[in-house]
Design a protein around this ligand. Structure first.
Ligand SMILES: Cc1ncc(COP(=O)(O)O)c(C=O)c1O
Length: 379
């Protein structure tokens, strides 16, 4: 069963993602976990998932982790577990504030629970939602806020959590890009009932397919999440509430358990690369967006008025880049009919025209990073 993991030969000199090194580092634990799984023959909600949930809760500094099918499901079920939306909700007519600059899946989770999107602008320096942005977007029907820790950097959780508490709204954290992040030394789970994570393969902790988890310190919320993810069941055939089918499967848990011990090392590598890029590009017309010590540097994002031309130039040197994100939430054609905003989210709209992400995941060597920097400078 233990097939050797060979490095990929890709046509791209510097790809955005390459999991071969991660697979090679963790291969003994992966094989052990897969063998245990096959020996037991249980492929859904078995001991691999339970062991991963325990380890992930501990790694994030939370009490409980509940594995689900994706980060989007983690957000959707976080809202429902805290009383927002879903068929059982007695305040169905509600607005959920989301930042204009985020993955469109943040917004999909809001629509999935039957709530309306209320789009807030973000800070121009780091594209994070601030308490002032939340205040400006607030409506009498606001019942929840999703704070997105974009690019791996936690939002100002102290201020946003205090505002939500003062106004009686639920705070859900979208930590889909922030595995291992803390806010000023405190676990994210100290600031709200639910923090939602994605294990999409490109993430700081990624599986080999879809997966997600919610971390919470509240045993009742954890119990509700376990019911919601499994059709309202609790290991039997009784439906206790309207749920969904969205479980983290055993096979993903085998990989995630094996990868988890490497997370601190991989995050440190992301940080070293981010600093290398930041120092080299400081003061240039392609400077990086601001990040601080709390960031786990999921993405290294630069800004340029000539973004498309730079990307094309880099592609010509076989350097892959990305755009996170080219279309802000309030301009997405499929979301717009369900969204409102107070003022046009200008900072997000401007950023969407200029931002681009450089390859900076742990597979990127110093040599690769310097090759990328030469490409940028040459342009
Ligand atoms: C900020 C953010 N929120 C939500 C999601 C959705 O996660 P998933 O793709 O696992 O559903 C992602 C991942 O793409 C993300 O980056």
């Amino acid at each position: 069963m233990a097939a050797a993991i060979a490095p990929t030969t890709t046509l791209t000199a510097v790809p955005m993602v390459d999991l071969c090194g991660a697979l090679a580092s963790a291969q003994d634990a992966i094989h052990r976990n897969l063998e245990e799984m096959h020996a037991r023959g249980q492929y859904i909600l078995g001991p691999q998932t339970v062991a991963f949930e325990e380890a992930f809760a501990k790694a994030t500094g939370g009490k409980y982790a509940v594995g689900v099918g994706s980060g989007t499901a983690a957000l959707e079920l976080s809202l429902r577990a805290t009383g927002i939306g879903g068929p059982e909700c007695n305040v169905p007519d509600c607005d959920v504030i989301v930042p204009a600059m985020t993955s469109l899946f943040t917004a999909q989770a809001v629509l999935a629970v039957g709530a309306r999107l209320r789009v807030a602008d973000v800070s121009p320096e780091d594209l994070l939602l601030t308490a002032d942005d939340v205040r400006r977007a607030w409506t009498p029907k606001t019942k929840a806020v999703i704070a997105v820790h974009l690019y791996g950097q936690p939002c100002r959780l102290d201020e946003i959590a205090a505002l939500c508490k003062e106004r009686g709204a639920v705070l859900v954290q979208d930590a889909c890009q922030a595995h291992g992040a803390r806010f000023r030394g405190s676990p994210l789970s100290d600031f709200s009932a639910c923090s939602a994570y994605s294990f999409y393969p490109t993430k700081n902790l990624g599986g080999l397919g879809d997966g997600g988890a919610v971390v919470t310190n509240d045993p009742e919320v954890a119990e509700r999440l376990r019911l919601l993810r499994d059709g309202g069941r609790l290991g039997d055939q009784t439906c206790r509430l309207p749920g969904v089918n969205s479980r983290l499967d055993e096979m993903q848990a085998c990989y995630l358990r094996a990868f988890l011990p490497f997370l601190p090392e991989w995050n440190a590598r992301r940080r070293a690369l981010a600093v290398r890029y930041r120092d080299a590009l400081a003061g240039s017309s392609t400077a990086l967006l601001r990040f601080d010590d709390d960031s786990v540097n999921h993405l290294v994002v630069a800004k340029s008025a000539q973004r498309d031309a730079i990307r094309q130039h880099l592609a010509g040197r076989n350097i892959q880049t990305g755009i996170h994100y080219p279309v802000p939430i309030h301009k997405q054609p499929g979301l717009q009919p369900f969204a409102t905003w107070a003022d046009e989210p200008r900072n997000a709209s401007n950023a969407a025209r200029e931002v681009f992400s450089l390859p900076a995941a742990p597979h990127v060597s110093d040599e690769m990073a310097d090759y990328v920097l030469r490409g940028v400078k040459e342009f």
